[in-house]
Design a protein around this ligand. Sequence first.
Ligand code: FRU
Length: 612
Amino acid sequence: MNIVKLALAAIVMLGAPAHTPIASASDGIEVNHLGVNNTLVRVTGDSRYLLLPVQESNDDARINLLVDGRLDKTINVRLAKSKVDYYVPLDLSPYKGHEVAMNIITTQGRSTVREAKEDVCWKDMTLSDTFDTANREKYRPIYHHTPKYGWMNDPNGMFYKDGVWHLYFQHNPYGSKWQNMSWGHSTSKDLINWTAEPIALEPTGLGTVFSGSCALDTNNTAGYGKDAVVGLYTSAGASQTQSLVWSKDDGKTFEFYPANPVITLESEARDPNMFWDENAKQWVLILAHAPEHEMLIFTSPDMKEWTLQSAFGKGIGAQGGVWECPDLFKLKVDGSDEEKWVVICNLNPGGPFGGSATQYFVGNFDGKTFKADTDASGNIPTKWMDFGKDHYATVSWSDAPDNRRTAIGWMSNWQYAAEVPTMQFRSANTLPRDLGLFRAADGNIYLASAPAPELLALRDKLTVNVRRTNIGKKAKTYSLPATNSGACEILMDIDARKSKQIDLVLANNAGEKVVMAYDVAWHALSFDRRESGIVDFSQDFPAVTVSPTFEDNGKISLRIFIDKSSIEVFGNNGQFVMTNLVFPKNPYTALSISSTDGNAKIENLKIYSINE
Ligand code: FRU
């Protein structure tokens, strides 16, 4: 470089510091553009939260959080480019008294630094001592569990201890689409009212935190104390491996086992679910060997050393897509002393109506190997736990009281979960369900999912009460409660022995409707949501789902739970279930019942409003 150039360079450097903070950034935030796709944001103010502006249609920006100059964690956030859809909070309280900065790498095409500076996120990042979680969503359920904000998929890691039901869930705390997998946490004393707890597990150097399970170590086999809460989850990094965690404070926070991972395989395997086998005095673990369509069964004396015992599933049941989120437990067959084992196998895609769904197998388990029962023709039948489109990743609570096997699902479908018309949060859970087994007329044993008994407490006012009525071709119409956006529970016994079909129509004043039809000869109940409200956010959403009714006498009893954006139909105390999302413009206000080709009787028709 000649002397003139050197002098010029010096003048430029003196005159303008290389990293000029942009003038318009909020107070306490300094933004320095290091390159076209690389920005350094320094937090100089002192507040509880840094609010990050999100634009959902953007690509993720990678944010390396630097604390005193060292990398603390990396998160991915769809930082706003041209408009802010909502904010997500980065909690700064753990770093009080330390220097916090973010190195932000964007991927979207900006060709010059000048252009990158125009992104609205730089001036819209703000410091705040509060983050407003007040509900801003029309479709947030009134009595189903949801995260207060951000994305949720699988329920997982659930356990019960000292009167408290712990529910963890796959959570993105930095946006309402799948990303940054962490374990969100909620607790409840009654399975209805949920308290949001701090995030329980965040990504580590081994990867993000995928689904898993927790169990109480009653015999202190792992050495963390009697009744310690021990968890196993999938670390999803470049490989999927299984990691052990344990809690000193009953599941609020977790410690990491230093020798993680405890299980490694050469191919994708995830969602470990473990329980203590009292007979063999050892731990049993079922793990989804996802793309291989099989479940692997391991045993261990201490949850740290695992031995592979068997594999189950190759070539049986529904095989499409990947197998995920397994569960394995024993239940009594209703009305007998016979005990059977059940393998729950969630699969995606490959469900009966497209996308994700939950299948299960009934059989025997000898402590090492599961063998599914065959039907009369020697085949292993494919069985579905729920015949709606919005029931996935269902698993059960460990250590539930009174020998209960209580399960809960994710009330959505991977086909459109990220597109449903909500934004502040995405996805709710199904209602909790108590599982049982029953032998049906075809001789096979099936899984029943009955609404958990706690749900009776939801009932508020009895708004319709009809002891018995005859139903013909002309529909009889009953009003649905006007309170709480029409949230209600409908009960009825249908005697359709002299009819061919019973239609149950839920309708609103916007001309939207859900049509359920009980086909007596087919022993089937269908659910048509094609005109149920907003359906055009995904071509996979408008659909008709159909469930077998498992009766042979033209009589069924229904319990239907309606919330702001869901309908769950339980038949014959859970022998068949259909869970479907709906997004009506206005709540449904009326239920009409009619019968085709002959009269039917409706008995014990009751409608209860539901309290918030
Ligand atoms: C099922 C699933 C799991 C995985 C998790 C990741 O919905 O794919 O197999 O652990 O979601 O969020």
